[in-house]
Design a protein around this ligand. Structure first.
Ligand code: NDP
Ligand code: HSE
Length: 403
């Protein structure tokens, strides 16, 4: 018998309970043992829940029960979740989580702790919701030197952008829908301002390049500055605006990682990723390009990834399941300023002024554009170069083009 305890009975935690119960027969078959939900810990009461008998309020009940093998942490955040995870690992219990904030900020230490105690710390659901990405990265692609990862990593912002463009919703209406669907973080500014995507690119970079990348090392911009005017200009030349998390291997073992809105050509499969879907494009020196696509948030898709980790541990509790990586370092992460790209610019200027400032440009048009507004694509240049070109111009929007 393998006993599981869930911490946090919210969107993901309740999905985990549902999948463990609904698919119990086939899970037992796959594990070749009985996998049972023994406890659920939450601050709230759920008297009418079908799992009412499992609820406890005191974590030490779980911590001190030698029958609990696997703790599923779906509380979120990096405070109480860190305390419970640390205590569970020290008590010899494996921990499975969907909590990317915790993995991105304390993953290295928690992986070390798990190893010291001969247990596992797994977090497939922390990136891409239900998309299998972390295990493929470290097992199916293990033969490659991975060179870069580019992903639509946040379901909420992709949903908001899609609903604003396709259904004409306001930003607030679209965000409300994302919250009602259970996609958004408890504090949705983490989605909107790019911090959630930042945490995910940190985890991907750590797994791909082998050293911990901390969120504070990663320049991050969200979708607040993306307007419907920008969307229309981009569309006129066959581009979509997407919030991308990117990490690129750099010489001497360094890493470049950042999160920002980009113009993505309609010819790139990332441009067609809509609603809550995420997609992660990985480049390796043997495979070339490979892309992972699926639902990036939501109750059951995320629970699917969490329960897969539970099954993996339950199948072989003695196996070393570790996704190990090395410690981080202040000089590890280099600024995206070194990367050259084309740029999308919208500014209060004439096209002649834009040409004078930026050289050869590709003008963009949209219906109803006011006189004195110029939108255009530049040639290849770094951020310091474009910043110098635009000095003295009133710039409303500046985004990279993904080439
Ligand atoms: P929810 O807020 O829906 O669930 C968290 C639950 O934990 C709530 O019921 C909350 O109660 C409870 N809780 C809070 N504090 C405690 C505590 N001290 N002890 C016990 N329970 C507590 O969050 P989600 O399920 O959406 O997300 C959980 C984690 O999974 C987060 O890290 C999130 O980033 C991640 N994630 C979420 C996805 C999604 O689609 N929602 C997808 C992938 C990952 P209360 O509400 O009263 O605070
Ligand atoms: N808030 C996150 C998102 C949940 O919208 O992508 C999935 O990690």
């Amino acid at each position: 018998m393998v006993n599981v305890a869930i911490l946090g009975f919210g969107t993901v935690g309740s999905g985990v309970a549902e999948v463990l119960t609904k698919n119990g027969g086939l899970i037992d078959q796959r594990v070749d043992d009985l996998v049972r939900l023994k406890y659920i810990l939450d601050v709230r009461d759920f008297p009418n829940s079908p799992y009412a008998d499992c609820f406890v309020k005191d974590f030490s009940v779980i911590e001190q029960d030698p029958e609990v093998d696997i703790v599923v942490e779906t509380i979120g955040g990096a405070t109480i979740a860190l305390d419970f995870t640390t205590r569970a690992l020290k008590a010899g219990k494996s921990v499975v989580t969907s909590n990317k904030e915790l993995v991105a900020t304390h993953g290295y230490d928690l992986l070390q702790l798990a190893r010291e105690h001969g247990v596992s710390y797994l977090f497939e659901a922390s990136v891409g919701g239900g998309i299998p990405i972390l295990r493929p990265l470290t097992s199916c692609l293990a033969a490659n030197e991975l060179t870069q990862i580019t992903g639509i990593l946040n379901g909420t912002t992709n949903y908001i952008l899609t609903r604003m463009i396709k259904a004409g919703l306001t930003f607030d209406q679209a965000l409300k829908e994302a919250q009602e669907n259970g996609y958004a973080e408890k504090d949705p500014t983490a989605d909107v301002d790019g911090h959630d995507a930042c945490r995910k690119i940190c985890i991907l970079a750590a797994l791909a390049f082998g050293q911990h990348v901390y969120p504070q090392q990663v320049p991050t911009e969200g979708i607040r500055n993306v307007t419907l005017e920008d969307v229309a200009y981009a569309d006129s030349k066959g581009y979509k605006i997407k919030l991308l998390g990117r990490c690129l291997r750099q010489p001497e073992g360094k890493v470049c990682a950042f999160v920002a809105p980009h113009l993505v050509s309609d010819e790139n499969p990332l441009a067609g990723v809509e609603d809550v879907f995420n997609a992660i494009a990985v480049t390796g020196n043997a495979i070339g390009d490979v892309m992972f696509y699926g639902r990036g948030a939501g109750k059951l898709p995320t629970a699917s990834a969490v329960v897969a980790d539970v099954i993996d541990i339950a199948k072989d509790r003695k196996k070393d399941h570790h996704n190990a990586w090395g410690p981080g370092a202040p000089a590890l992460v280099v600024s995206p300023d070194i990367l050259s790209s084309r740029w999308y610019v919208r500014a209060d200027a004439s096209m002649d002024q834009a040409r004078l400032a930026c050289g050869e440009i590709q003008p963009l048009a949209r219906a109803g554009a006011p006189a004195g507004e110029a939108a255009f694509l530049t040639g290849q240049m770094t951020y310091p170069q474009i910043r110098d070109c635009l000095k003295g111009m009133a710039v409303s929007s500046l985004f990279r083009v993904l080439d």
